[in-house]
Ligand binder design. Sequence first.
Ligand SMILES: Nc1ncnc2c1ncn2[C@@H]1O[C@H](COP(=O)(O)OP(=O)(O)OP(=O)(O)O)[C@@H](O)[C@H]1O
Length: 260
Amino acid sequence: MSAVLELVDVSVVRGEKTLLDSVNWTVQDGERWVILGPNGAGKSTLLSIAAARLHPTTGMVDILEEILGAVDVFELRPRIGVSSATLATQIPHAETVRDVIVTAAYGVTGRWREEYDESDDARAVELLDAWGLGDLAERRFGTLSEGERKRVLIARALMTDPELLLLDEPAAGLDVGGREKLVARLDELAKDPSSPAIVMVTHHLEEVPDAFTHAMLLREGKIVAAGPVGQVMTQKNLSETFNLPLKLVKVGNRYAAFAR
Ligand SMILES: Nc1ncnc2c1ncn2[C@@H]1O[C@H](COP(=O)(O)OP(=O)(O)OP(=O)(O)O)[C@@H](O)[C@H]1O
């Protein structure tokens, strides 16, 4: 195993506010991490750093054995797959599902005059099938349901065969059926040894697929706990993270929490 991501004493400060406070964190190849924490904890800020979209105020960030600040981020970014609500807002509504996926090969949203070769088209077809989108290939992105959009965004994030996959709240806005289908699909992805290292951000314990290996709990920019899921997901750690006495329920390898 080698580290795909390493943060040493990383802080992000904006004006008076410390968004991330001395974060130390390593993600090894093959690991599947979930980052949990309340609103404003710094989860998206941390993911932006992992995506090479934000530089820390202080500290060292190593992504895929490149040091942030000493690497051309435009060469690094194609090696990282990202699915987020921000990206969804950048996709033209009239774009077909097939083009939303294939355009990731050039890191653009909106197909224009780029030339795609056969391997790009073949990869897009493979992903359309894998994510149950085959029948929607020619549909316009703007006409999709929220659940369908989420799957398109993840398929797009996988288009370049990334070495690191970052998922920012992939199940936000889904009904219980949509959430469960997506969690099951993410579980398959997590179990597949050919999948890249995965980091997923969520507010909800129910959204953690059971094959995820590691968890980080974040509160006010600081790590409350980080490590193997079974060690980190305790009633005490979660109550401290969400600043609320919680009752933790475990069903198989899935979790839920309720106020005590
Ligand atoms: N440029 C900025 N200047 C000041 N504060 C900022 C700036 N950007 C973000 N913040 C604040 O930093 C904190 C962390 O934001 P971040 O989006 O990383 O949290 P989050 O855990 O992803 O939250 P949520 O779950 O609500 O999406 C928030 O309180 C946010 O308001």
